[in-house]
Design a protein around this ligand. Sequence first.
Ligand SMILES: C[S@@+](CC[C@H](N)C(=O)[O-])C[C@H]1O[C@@H](n2cnc3c(N)ncnc32)[C@H](O)[C@@H]1O
Length: 196
Amino acid sequence: MVEITNYHSVYEETWKALFFGRARWDPKKPCTIVEVGSYEGSSARWIVDNLMHAPESRLYCIDAWTGPGMDERYERFRQVIAALPQPERIEVFRDWSQNALRELRNRNVKADVLYIDGGHDAPTVLRDLVIGFEIVKVGGLVICDDYLWNDPKFGGHQVLGRPKIAIDAFTTIYADKIAMVRFLSNYQVYFQKIAD
Ligand SMILES: C[S@@+](CC[C@H](N)C(=O)[O-])C[C@H]1O[C@@H](n2cnc3c(N)ncnc32)[C@H](O)[C@@H]1O
């Protein structure tokens, strides 16, 4: 098996509580999941292994994989994906998130889950949330990663370089359309779409 950076392992217990506790997720039921930010595939692998046991289920993985070392990481991602059961259920967009999300919206894709872990600067997170929210089904779940992330190496020392202000703005402005899922984690934010 290919060695990858497992960013997802710290969330496994929380996601089990979220999906199998709160959301009463049935992996045998066909579902559509959209992931923004796939990197080497650790979250995609968890999603397929745990949430997608139905042959009709679909995962859309969106990542630009651009910049130094990213061709290599994309290759590792492809190897991880190829080793998963029924990899033809996964469609990969090597593109900027706004392009891929607009493409999914144009195709009228309706997602049960939107997981946002792509660009971490506030304008990108806000745009991913606004466009992504349109493709989430009423009743679907949105997961925002790295709420409190602030790594100065990647611009996190600036308020606008972090996801937090964008997630706060979105959840405030869309308060009538969402129900927060509280107390599962301080580092990720979860909410359910309750209205279009
Ligand atoms: C933290 S990593 C994702 C980790 C992954 N979810 C996991 O658990 O293994 C963030 C990824 O977002 C991608 N990314 C950053 N900005 C992006 C953008 N604007 N559009 C698409 N992908 C982006 C990067 O290429 C990187 O692979």
